[in-house]
Design a protein. Structure first.
Length: 243
C-alpha cells in the first residue's frame, strides 16, 4: 500500500515522534492532528496553515469525544488513524514524588483514549480507502521494566486490545497495526538511558511498516526483545528489570 493521497489522523502530532510523522506524511497526504494546546501546536499551525487541527486534552474524556465528533462530522471518510500520543511518569509507588492523580491521566492518554478514538472514528474509517489503525506501542508492552508501572500496563493493555480489535475487524477493510518502539529521543525520554533512536528514523520505519501492512512493526532493539521474550521469558524479564 502506498502512503499517498490519504487522509490521516495523528494524535499528539505537535511534538516528538508525532511531529516527525506529520512532517514525513504531510508531503503527500492530508493530515489531521488532535493534540492539546501548546506552543508546539501553535508552531505546527504556523508551519502548516492548511492543516486541520483539533485541540483536545487527550486525558479528558469529554474533550476527546467532542474532538472526535467534530472531526467525524467534518470528515465523513478518513483513511488512517495513528494513535501516537502518550504519557510516561517514572516515579515508583514508593517514591515521595509519585502523584496519585497521575494514574488516571496516564491510563486515559495511553489506553482509554486510543480505544475511544478507534470506536468513535471507525465509521469514518470504514468509508476510507485501504483504511488502517496504527497504535504506537512500546517494547514495554511486551516486557515491563521496573519503573513506570502504569505506563507499562497501559502499553500491555494496548497490545491485547489491538490484537482483539484486529480480530473484530478482520472481515472489514480496516487493518489494525502496532509499532513497538525502543527508547526514542524525544522530550518524554529526556535524561533517560542511552542509545536512543532519532524520531525521524523511527517515523520512517513506522511509515514503511504501514505501507507493508505489517501487524507488528518492531523497531530497533524490540526486534531482539520479542524473540527473547517468547523463547526465554525469564531472561527477558531479567534484562528489562535492570534496564
Amino acid at each position: 500500500m502506498t502512503i499517498s493521497g490519504k487522509r490521516i489522523v495523528i494524535t499528539g502530532g505537535a511534538s516528538g515522534l508525532g511531529l516527525e510523522l506529520v512532517r514525513q506524511l504531510a508531503t503527500n497526504n492530508e493530515i489531521i492532528v488532535i493534540a492539546r494546546e501548546s506552543g508546539g501546536l501553535k508552531q505546527l499551525g504556523g508551519d502548516y496553515p492548511e492543516m486541520t487541527i483539533f485541540k483536545a486534552d487527550l486525558s479528558d474524556d469529554s474533550a476527546v469525544k467532542q474532538a472526535a465528533t467534530d472531526l467525524a462530522a467534518q470528515f465523513p471518510a478518513i483513511d488512517g488513524l495513528i494513535n501516537n500520543a502518550a504519557l510516561q511518569y517514572t516515579p515508583s509507588f514508593l517514591d515521595p514524588e509519585f502523584k496519585y492523580d497521575q494514574i488516571a491521566k496516564e491510563i486515559a492518554t495511553n489506553f482509554t483514549t486510543p480505544a475511544q478514538l478507534c470506536y468513535l472514528l471507525l465509521p469514518s474509517l470504514l468509508r476510507g480507502s485501504q483504511p488502517f489503525i496504527l497504535n504506537v506501542n512500546s517494547g514495554l508492552g511486551l516486557v515491563p521494566k521496573t519503573s513506570s508501572a502504569i505506563y507499562c500496563a497501559t502499553k500491555g493493555g494496548l497490545n491485547i486490545f489491538s490484537q482483539a480489535l484486529q480480530n473484530q475487524l478482520e472481515q472489514t477493510d480496516v487493518s489494525v497495526l502496532q509499532a513497538f518502539l525502543p527508547l526514542v529521543d524525544t522530550a518524554m525520554t529526556e535524561g533517560r538511558g542511552d542509545g536512543k533512536l532519532p524520531p525521524d528514523r523511527v517515523a520512517s520505519d513506522i511509515i514503511r511498516g504501514i505501507a507493508a501492512r505489517k501487524a507488528d512493526i518492531d523497531i530497533g532493539k524490540v526486534k531482539l526483545l520479542r524473540p527473547i521474550s517468547r523463547f526465554m521469558p525469564g531472561l527477558a524479564r531479567k534484562i528489562m528489570k535492570s534496564g
